[in-house]
Design a protein around this ligand. Sequence first.
Ligand code: SF4
Length: 456
Amino acid sequence: MKSQSTSRVEKRYIKSYTSNEAEEEPPGERGLCGNLEEEPPGKKATNRHRFFGDIPDATWNDWKWQFQNRITSVERLAQFIPLSPEEQAQLRLVSMRYPFAVTPYYLSLINPDDPDDPVRKQAIPSILEITMGAMGTDDPLGEEKDSVSPGLVHRYRDRVLMVLTDICPMLCRHCTRKREWRNGGWVRSPSEVEAMLDYIRKNRAIRDVIISGGDPLTLSTRRLEDIISSIRKIKHVEIIRIGSRFPVVLPQRIDNDLCTMLAKYGPIWFNTHFNHVREVTSEAAEACDRLVRSGVPVNNQSVLLRGVNDSVEAQKRLCHGLLRIKVRPYYLFQCDEVRGTEHLRTPVEVGIKIVEGMRGHTSGLAVPTFVIDLPQGGGKVPLQPNYVLAQTEDELVLRNYQGRIFHYRNPGKPTCHQSPAEALSPIGDTVGIHDGVEFKFELEGARNADRAIIRS
Ligand code: SF4
């Protein structure tokens, strides 16, 4: 088993590595999102000492303390963030329908003096959640209709989704499962989980089990181990995936106990949800590092959000920050059509333009796939700029990331094999030498496409 502990040297490395972002940023490119200028990313949670100066390190790093001390009332929030009486009244009104909960750690990432702060927009309710509430639906993905037993969604033949709880450390304002909040916090009972496992045992086509929520890491490590070990005993299940936002909103949860447990039941893949580079702190880096060292690859599924990450520059900074902490940018989701999130949704063109501005301008590893999760369970559809300008059976006309046009020969169907000498025929100008004779060659079957030159 690999070591899950992070040495002091490694911690220094993580900190210095995550704090290079500010130096790397080219001058004149700040502020495209309107909020990028004030905080160099990769620092320790920015306002911890301003907000929670009296909390000792041991307490601060105790994830249970963080969870129990979440900020859930307007009165408490107003102790940290300046709120006018009108804002407080609006918050009370919104939170009657859509409650809020923010961990002290995540709260400390917010710039309290900026009402448009991109971290704040994800955590603190907006009155627009109800004033624009006529738009969208509660369950746009039709998850409930695909439930085969309470908490188990079976939409694709070889994959199932186990929703173990609706409890999350933070209630993200753009959450697709916002409809669940009004039901209060619930956790699936042992008999419900057993029913899910039974279904998976009986369906031999299922090779991939996704554990999600809410956030499944709100369960104790021991309870999680019960469930994960039971899944692992099912022979036809090849991989387990965990969807969790803990590395972003409460990274202290990713402790050695959890990682030691996960390391026993691989292959386990971990999908998390960073949306802004300011979330890529040294605490988050340490959490992801622990997972990766336990043999658990970490991918990121971000959601495109108005005023949070809806520019090329904001996405580039996020994805570069993620790669530095060994997290692969995987998906960039168009924000689902969920009631109460319309103010955060962007036109689809914004996502396509972001991909256009990244593809070719940074390494492919840094470019997530932009997808729409179709309503009513239609599945994910990837969208990207159109690079194919024309296409025939023999040729494609393509544009590259710089807008330059290229002709690309489309290989025909394979024909009978010939020796290289048979396949060559002299056709004019001398451009090569074959068997002591200078030739210009054309490959058989390529008459309508690019010319191939073979040098002997
Ligand atoms: S962590 Fe995920 S499930 Fe939980 S509130 Fe945020 S978006 Fe929703």
